[in-house]
Design a protein around this ligand. Sequence first.
Ligand code: ATP
Ligand code: MG
Length: 249
Amino acid sequence: MNVMQRAGASAPLEIRISDKTYAGADGNAVQAVKGLDLSCPGQTCTALVGPSGCGKTTILRIVAGLDAKFSGEVTLADAPIEEARIGFIFQEPTLLPWRTVEDNIRLAAPDLSARALASLLDQAEIADKASRFPGELSLGLARRVSIVRAIAAKPDLLLLDEPFVSLDEATAKTLRMLVARILDDHAVTALLVTHDLREAVELADQIVTLTARPARAKSVRQISTPRAKRTAAFRKKLLGQIDRDAKSR
Ligand SMILES: Nc1ncnc2c1ncn2[C@@H]1O[C@H](COP(=O)(O)OP(=O)(O)OP(=O)(O)O)[C@@H](O)[C@H]1O
Ligand SMILES: [Mg+2]
């Protein structure tokens, strides 16, 4: 039984990072996060938006349990984050080049049935790429594989670090729609890092804008309108509101 099944599906992700300081190679300390205190409701998507270098990847790595050198605490459903099953979609797809698409996914999700795999590949529109190797794929296709790989393992928590950067707008749009569908269908708790407010407004249920380094929350806004019902006009209005929030402090 995983963490979420134990604690109830909508239990929150709590992130408290009072301090994260790197010891720089030149001997100077770099404080990346200071006084961040966030509650992300279960089965919703929280977007962290902030300027380049403010500490976004640092926060995701801490939440993923990949970096334990910080002051604070991260829990999912009141349990230490180490107990949670986490799907991480990195900015770089990080696929194993000597394994096929199917094997890359199976490695992360050994119990996945053939039917479930086929359905996920279908959803991501890469059914015809199952026996290809990562080197044969464009960046957009490789990102699709890494999205499928992350969700295939049925994670308690899905972490996405700038999953749409360096893509042309048409590909980025297709992938945003794929992620939106996954968020709706799988009811997973997700944390999406982006520097692009428009992505956040399209995908998130809660948007947190971060200060410049060291990162802390500058504004938090909840969006109750379902993703599918967010019209262009709605998104534009919200963008304006968040922009004002960000400038008001
Ligand atoms: N391993 C490290 N050692 C020293 N300093 C680091 C290390 N990793 C990150 N930093 C510094 O911490 C700060 C935050 O980095 P981080 O990668 O978290 O920012 P980011 O918001 O993800 O940036 P970007 O938008 O460019 O992806 C930066 O000043 C960075 O140089
Ligand atoms: Mg980053």
